[in-house]
Design a protein around this ligand. Structure first.
Ligand code: DGY
Length: 336
């Protein structure tokens, strides 16, 4: 009797990643890495992807019907990010391609960063640093770089998933804040009670909050969720923090509101069309701007990459995945 030797599956790792994660993948697959950080877009991306059985993505590589039609051998796309707006999941399901993301492992780290950005923005930390480094600090003054308090104020959280809830816990337990939230579906009363959080409509939340933190996923429904009209609902002393996704905020409208001090300040980790940033935001002293680093602690980034690798390995060795987005593809796999 002859045993058929299966050829090694071919995996593309689309961006640089931890060497030890690559090593783990190499023990299972024929891996092509991109440690030099080449950027492929449009037809070059499709060409690069052709001939692979699986790909590790990083939240930005488009996987849609057009790409899939040209990559018929592709079976799984594993994002190392929790956000997956680079995936057209229905198109992937139709093509029988598994989509996975990396939830949970980044929740607490991202919530920490939300707070870092809130504190830096409300308390004008980056303005203060620029002021000092520019040699403008001459003496102590009662109103020098005086900002807003965070403790004891009202925090409005828009998007109350895992990260929103981790932020709510920090706000209530660590900073004695009143927490109000807006979410498509309201949390169960026991969860609300545990968090000490009150659900409000978006307009009411914007009007009541001293600080607003955005944590919603990006979708057609959340595109420009915060635009000129919503900013006009906010208190003129309020801060807005966006750790969700670029496109959830209308950046041009926000820049206008910051320049005219319709709100006090904004802390932004994500931008429409990033890595490009609206020039008026770059020029606004009352904006704290960071380059999409909310989950960027070394242990968390490692855990995210390991989870994506787990998904690739589990899929090709057992027809399973730890964090599937279209589980129906797995049941099809099993019935093959
Ligand atoms: C995610 O995981 O979606 C983050 O935005 C990337 O850090």
């Amino acid at each position: 009797m002859t045993t058929e030797v299966q050829p090694l599956r071919r995996i593309l790792v689309a961006q640089p990643v931890f060497e030890e994660v690559l090593e783990r993948l190499r023990a299972h697959f024929d891996v092509v890495d991109n440690q030099s950080g080449q950027v492929w877009s449009g037809p070059a991306w499709v060409q690069r992807l052709q001939g692979f059985d699986g790909v590790m993505c990083f939240g930005v590589e488009p996987i849609n019907a057009e790409v899939l039609a040209q990559c018929p051998g592709l079976r799984i796309c594993a994002n190392m990010t929790v956000g997956y707006n680079n995936f057209d999941v229905p198109a992937m399901t139709t093509a029988g391609v598994l989509a996975t993301n990396a939830p949970d492992v980044l929740t607490e780290t991202t919530a920490d960063f939300g707070f870092a950005l809130l504190l830096a923005t409300a308390r004008r930390v980056c303005e203060g640093e620029r002021f000092l480094r520019d040699g403008r600090w001459e003496r102590w003054r009662y109103d020098m770089l005086a900002g807003a308090d965070v403790h004891g104020t009202t925090l409005g959280i828009v998007g109350m998933g895992r990260i929103g809830q981790a932020i709510a816990r920090r706000a209530a337990l660590g900073f004695g804040m009143r927490v109000i939230y807006h979410n498509r579906s309201r949390l169960a009363p026991a969860v609300e009670q545990g968090l000490g959080a009150q659900w409000l409509g978006l307009g009411e939340l914007l009007a009541q909050a001293d600080h607003v933190m955005l944590v919603v996923p990006y979708s057609a429904q959340t595109h420009h969720l915060i635009g000129a009209a919503e900013l006009a609902h906010m208190k003129p002393t309020a801060t807005l923090v966006n750790i969700a996704r670029g496109g959830v905020v209308d950046d041009a409208a926000l820049a206008e509101a910051l320049v005219h001090r319709r709100i006090a300040a904004a802390g932004l980790d994500v931008f429409e069309g990033e890595p490009a940033v609206h020039p008026a935001l770059l020029a606004a002293p009352n904006a704290v701007l960071t380059p999409h680093i909310a989950s960027a602690s070394i242990p968390t980034r490692r855990a995210m990459a390991e989870l994506a690798a787990d998904n690739l390995i589990a899929y090709f060795s057992r027809g399973e995945a730890r964090t599937p987005l279209n589980i129906e593809v797995l049941s099809k796999f099993r019935s093959l």
